[in-house]
Design a binder for this molecule. Structure first.
Ligand SMILES: [Zn+2]
Ligand SMILES: [Zn+2]
Length: 366
């Protein structure tokens, strides 16, 4: 069977499966719950639930066994990682289908009346009509735009204290595993989607293409967070993000080399880090998490409390001048950001956090 025939038979099997699931499960359920009016098309809901099931199956049946076979870090138990498992379920079965309904459908309408509609007038298709006849090349071109946007947005998430207040929740995990990708604050997720979807509209990316790009990004990120000792080697590892690469992005601040952790921001393509001087290779496996004790407390919280505490950090930062002053910060007991003065060979502060100033008695002007 040729490659093209294989792709078209897989696509046919997928659409048959979505159709069956839509007609025999989703539509009757919507009818039973009297929710049919909420969505014109149970087909969309069926597709997003099946994508979620596919993603959960890949993480649980492929990535998770790899963690047992070749662990980067050996853990006695997975106590801290357990909450990320719940985050992944909430994201895939709840938030993502809702996101499809609230963002992707309006995006499709904005782009010209539906997922299959063209985007005449703007975007890469308009600039290079040749691309429209070569969908694989077009998809790669769009993906490069999407990933480039993600890279710079991610740098701002670390650079701007009010955004770090939220993104730090993703980084507080000390047991980084294949479930950790969806551990993030929902306001942070909404903001990220807004930025990425906005750039998508500007470049003429269609809603269905956007959904597949998000799925590809999600799967690669599920793998790159896995606790596995797998790297793609000196050549491919400069192009694509692998678990060794992303694990270094999650390292705890090293007080001896306090800027080392500002590295490896790429989502799927490592090439942006190589081009813009933020790539780090060749380090041994390092502990993950954050040095800031206020953020590290996330590890003791449940899902709702973690969202709430993170929201308090965001609120504490966004109202402060220090929250809008780029640079590394820690958070004081009142959830306000305090700039971190990195000094090489600095002594470890009294309360035990590396690279974080003693906050007691300091005043932050808001
Ligand atoms: Zn990050
Ligand atoms: Zn991460």
């Amino acid at each position: 069977m040729s490659g093209f025939a294989l792709v078209s038979s897989v696509a046919h099997a997928w659409s048959t499966l979505v159709d069956l699931f839509s007609r025999h499960a989703v539509a009757p359920l919507l009818d039973a719950l009297h929710l049919r009016g909420l969505s014109d098309d149970p087909h969309d809901i069926a597709a997003s639930l099946l994508i979620a099931a596919l993603q959960l199956a890949i993480i649980g049946l492929v990535f998770r066994p790899l963690e047992s076979l070749w662990p980067a870090e050996r853990w006695e138990d997975r106590r801290l990682a357990r909450i990320d498992f719940h985050y992944t379920w909430v994201m895939l079965v709840g938030v993502f289908p809702l996101f499809s309904f609230l963002v992707l459908t309006p995006l499709a309408n904005l782009a010209g009346g539906g997922a299959d509609a063209g985007t005449a007038g703007h975007g890469l298709r308009d600039a290079w009509p040749w691309l429209d006849r070569h969908p694989a090349v077009l998809f790669v071109a769009y993906y490069v735009v999407y990933d480039f946007t993600y890279y710079w947005m991610h740098r701002v998430q670390h650079w701007m204290p009010w955004w770090w207040a939220m993104h730090s929740m993703h980084h507080s995990q000390r047991q980084l595993s294949c479930w950790a990708n969806d551990r993030s604050h929902y306001l942070d997720g909404a903001l990220q989607s807004f930025v990425l979807a906005g750039v998508g509209v500007a470049f003429g990316i269609r809603a269905d293409e956007f959904a597949w790009m998000m799925l590809l990004g999600e799967l690669v990120q599920n793998f790159s967070h896995a606790n596995v000792r797998i790297g793609f080697g000196p050549v491919l590892g400069r192009v694509l993000v692998d678990p060794t690469f992303h694990r270094l992005h999650h390292m705890v601040v090293d007080p001896q080399r306090p800027n080392l952790h500002n590295c490896n921001f790429g989502q799927v393509l490592a090439v942006w880090d190589v081009l813009f001087g933020t790539a780090l290779y060749g380090e041994p496996v390092r502990p993950t998490g954050v040095a800031d004790p206020m953020v590290d407390r996330d590890n003791e919280l449940g899902l709702v409390a973690m969202q709430w505490e993170t929201l308090k950090r965001f609120w504490g930062a966004v109202r402060c001048r220090a929250g809008w002053t780029p640079g590394d910060v820690a958070f004081d007991a009142h959830y306000r950001p305090v700039p971190v003065q990195h000094e090489a060979h600095a002594p470890v502060p009294a309360h035990g956090a590396q690279g974080v100033p003693a906050l007691e008695g300091e005043r932050v002007r808001c």
